[in-house]
Design a protein around this ligand. Structure first.
Ligand SMILES: CC(=O)SCCNC(=O)CCNC(=O)[C@H](O)C(C)(C)COP(=O)(O)OP(=O)(O)OC[C@H]1O[C@@H](n2cnc3c(N)ncnc32)[C@H](O)[C@@H]1OP(=O)(O)O
Ligand SMILES: CC(C)C(=O)C(=O)O
Length: 798
């Protein structure tokens, strides 16, 4: 059947109340109403499977925990379960002293008696009686006249008075009385007042405070907009006598979806109390939701006297008891209500948080309240025990702001605006292609992959080690004192990078570490890029700023086209600012070369005229894992050049490797000029930082000599010991070390540049030594002994 084209032929509109001086529209909220939870009665009676005693008990405790002080616990005459539940609460002393339990009964003597029996012995109880008063119910359900309707209410009110007084005498239970003209909103307004006046008179003892009579004015079925309900409440409050002796209770249902509005306008119109259920359970479309009402007040800055600071726990308990879900869009409690998918919402939320952070800093300094003002978020999810995790979720509707927010939250990276745009395009492409939401992990993984960020997403190039120094020429200029302000200090980058898994030693110079790296990449790897945009910030892992790290972002463009429309972003994070910048450059370079572009390979042979020290150093790091210090590279390069000349031109990298081993006695079994018997020595700690080294040494193949020496460290102690046996002095001009390998395989590599001076002969010579060992001290000692091999030491006689 189609819907009617003239529904007026079937449905009649509500009859508006003439209330010309209505006051409620200009009133505002000032305090929370009295709350009554009717989950265990009106909510329970609407469930497919009413709650068990255990479920009711759990729910009762949750309502108490949330701060509800009046709880309608049952319709005790309905079932043994309901009756037993109330008795259990009373007999097991489960009702806190400040909580009133309420029980509902129809106006029937047998059922009133059983209802009062159920609460006997409770400290506080509200006896709630109802009968419907509207014309349809009078005519159809009860077949009663107006007079008979009043008589039904009056007669049973008198009975309630008599029986509750008996109960008070016998069991000490203190009662309040609540009467509901059920179907109030469909009852003629004056008749509803007439019934209530008669009930008040029959009760005969309405007074102030806890002696007030409660008149509950339900919208048993919501049949009109909320302003009409408010008019009805204000009209009732204006006309009922002895208003001060009455608590006006509101009991909105939600048939038109305006239960919340009805309750709120009803309060403005004079209501003192609201009856409802958690998350709006109840007959048909439900009772008004107490959680939403309370949180609506909270967001107006009014204490609701209910606590939902662990809202998820409340949701879990309520849904388990009711066996009904809370919909995803439900106010405050729905799974999606604090989530923005759309770009403009995300952007506004992100900006809102940033602005709020600085506004709060200012307010804190001035001692002003830290007011909440975030676009699209009427409440701080944290107040409800929620994290900000779900605030921004990303799909094809999302924009750069939201994605940048997530990267900030999860990787602590505050991307520059242009990089946000670049990364947004990457994410957009994936989410559009896959037509699905991108979870946080998808986004962070996409970010790591796109920018080769983190060890599991390395690109073709990675930085192994580096040194930034001032260039030699500049040092000279400085010492000459003739460099004016116009002279920029030049930086030199010396480093080892892995290129497609092969270590390469590269070197370059520029006016800063990053341009020096770019020049090294250009010279050695034929990669020509320039920086167009650069920014950095610190990442503080703790409030105290300990373990601060630097995050650097660079945008690279082709070196010959600074205005290029094509650019690559890179990011680097490190505790060292220079390293973080270098990482950022390599991150961007990795994106630029991810197209598979060819990088000149390591040369397989050396020619005296075209090769450089870096080429030699690259061979040694690849073949032997040794990252030679710059001066060592130059020294060995001279050796290689000589060899190449002798060989008449090019020599292979295998020859270079063997030449290195032979020259520096590296991994060779060749006896050294000065050797340690059994390769062993002792190192003792003296006072303070001083050390003493002792051992049995063989000098130039002679007999062992037990010697010792002391110094500030192992190597100075070794030199002191050697000085007891040789003429002249040894000194270490350069020392460095690094590790090779990982985990249990790791070994230390040491390099020494040893100088030997014999004043009597006016000679000063030097030699490099290198050695590796699992023990760093041993590798240092061995490196010194290897270096001695190339020096013409003069040994004292025995
Ligand atoms: C709007 C509300 O939520 S009101 C509360 C509704 N909640 C419930 O009904 C849940 C609990 N109810 C029950 O368990 C049962 O209905 C009982 C035990 C109360 C009564 O059961 P029964 O005696 O079998 O009667 P039944 O359920 O058919 O109720 C209808 C009778 O009660 C009468 N009645 C209905 N409301 C009331 C009332 N408030 N006061 C007096 N009588 C009433 C009806 O007129 C009808 O009487 P009739 O049999 O003479 O025609
Ligand atoms: C018993 C009354 C208060 C009721 O539940 C209603 O009218 O909805």
């Amino acid at each position: 059947m189609p819907m009617l084209s003239a529904p007026s032929q079937k449905y009649k509109p509500y009859t508006p109340l003439l209330l010309p001086n209505r006051q409620w529209p200009s009133k505002t909220f000032t305090q929370a109403p009295i709350w009554l939870s009717t989950d265990l009665r009106d909510g329970n009676q609407a469930l497919v499977n009413p709650m068990t005693i255990e479920q009711k008990t759990v729910f009762f405790k949750e309502a108490v925990k949330s701060g509800v002080k009046q709880i309608e616990v049952a319709y005790p005459s309905a079932s043994d379960t309901d009756f037993a539940f109330v008795r259990g609460l009373v007999e097991k002393n489960q009702i806190p002293d400040d909580v009133w339990i309420q029980v509902l009964t129809p106006a029937r003597e047998d059922l009133i008696r059983r209802t009062i029996d159920s609460v006997a012995g409770a400290k506080h109880a509200i006896l709630h009686m109802y009968n419907a008063t509207s014309p349809t119910f009078r005519n159809v359900v009860f077949r009663n006249s107006k007079e008979q309707t009043i008589e039904l209410a009056v007669k049973h009110t008198k009975l309630v008075r008599e029986l509750t007084e008996e109960c008070t005498k016998k069991h000490g239970t203190k009662f309040m009385y609540e009467y509901s003209p059920e179907t109030f909103t469909q009852t003629e307004p004056d008749f509803a007042i007439e019934v209530c006046e008669a009930v008040k008179k029959a009760w005969g003892k309405a007074a102030l405070g806890d002696e007030r009579i409660i008149f509950n004015l339900p919208s048993t079925v919501e049949i009109a907009p909320p302003n009409h309900y408010a008019d009805q409440i204000e009209n009732f409050c204006n006309k009922i006598s002895e208003r001060e002796k009455i608590i006006v209770s509101l009991h909105p249902h939600n048939d038109r979806g305006t239960g919340i509005a009805s309750a709120e306008l009803g309060v403005l119109a004079g209501g003192d109390r609201i009856e409802g259920c958690f998350f709006g359970n109840g007959e048909r479309t439900g009772n008004v939701d107490l959680v939403t009402l309370a949180l609506n007040l909270y967001t107006q800055g009014i204490p609701p006297n209910l606590d939902f600071s662990d809202l998820q726990n409340t949701i879990d308990i309520v849904t388990a008891c009711n066996d009904l879900p809370v919909p995803a869009r439900y106010p405050y409690a729905g799974e999606l209500v604090f989530t923005a998918f759309s770009g403009s919402h995300q952007d506004a939320i992100k900006k809102g948080f940033e602005a709020q952070r600085s506004r709060h800093d200012e307010c804190k300094a001035k001692g002003e309240p830290l007011l909440w003002d975030i676009p699209y978020l009427p409440i701080d999810p944290a107040d409800l025990g929620q994290t900000y995790e779900a605030l921004i979720r990303v799909n094809s509707q999302s924009g750069k702001g939201g994605i940048a927010y997530l990267i900030k939250q999860h990787l602590q990276l505050d991307l520059p605006r242009k990089m946000q745009v670049a990364f947004y395009q990457v994410v957009q492409e994936v989410s559009d292609r896959e037509a699905r939401e991108m979870a946080v992990e998808d986004i962070t993984t996409t970010f790591r992959r796109a920018y080769h960020f983190g060890s599991s997403h390395k690109g073709r190039l990675s930085l192994r080690s580096f040194k930034i120094s001032e260039s030699d020429s500049e040092k000279r200029k400085d010492s000459d004192q003739d460099s004016g302000d116009e002279d920029e200090i030049q930086r030199r980058f010396d480093g080892t990078v892995s290129v497609d898994g092969v270590y390469r030693v590269i070197r370059g110079q520029g006016n800063g570490p990053l341009s020096a790296l770019l020049s090294a990449l250009r010279i050695h790897l034929d990669l020509d890029f320039a920086i167009r945009e650069y920014s950095e910030h610190t990442i503080n892992d703790t409030d105290e700023g300990e373990n601060a790290r630097a995050a650097t972002y660079v945008e690279l463009v082709p070196g010959n086209d600074r205005k290029s429309s094509k650019s690559w972003w890179g990011v680097g994070v490190d505790s060292d600012i220079a390293r973080s910048g270098l990482r950022a450059v390599l991150s961007a370079v990795n994106s630029a070369i991810s197209d598979g572009r060819e990088i000149p390979e390591l040369k397989l042979g050396f020619q005296p005229n075209s090769s450089a020290p870096e080429d030699v150093a690259s061979v040694i790091v690849n073949k032997l894992g040794l990252e030679l210090p710059r001066k060592f590279q130059v020294a060995f390069f001279e050796v290689v050049q000589k060899k190449a000349m002798e060989a008449g031109g090019e020599i292979s990298i295998d020859v270079v490797t063997e030449l290195f081993k032979a020259t520096y006695n590296y991994q060779n079994e060749k006896p050294t000029k000065v050797a340690l018997v059994n390769d062993s020595f002792k190192l003792n700690h003296l006072d303070g930082s001083r050390r003493a080294l002792s051992g049995s040494f063989i000098f130039l193949g002679g007999s062992p000599r037990a010697i010792s020496g002391s110094g500030n460290g192992p190597l100075s102690s070794l030199l002191a010991a050697l000085h007891t046996q040789i003429d002249g002095t040894l000194s270490i001009r350069d020392y460095s070390e690094h590790s090779i390998g990982e985990g249990s395989e790791v070994v230390a590599a040491s390099y020494v540049d040893l100088v030997y001076e014999v004043p009597s002969k006016k000679t000063k010579t030097s030699a490099w030594g290198v050695a590796t060992d699992t023990d760093i001290t041993e590798s240092g000692v061995k490196a010194v002994l290897n270096a001695l091999n190339d020096l013409d030491i003069v040994v004292k006689k025995d």
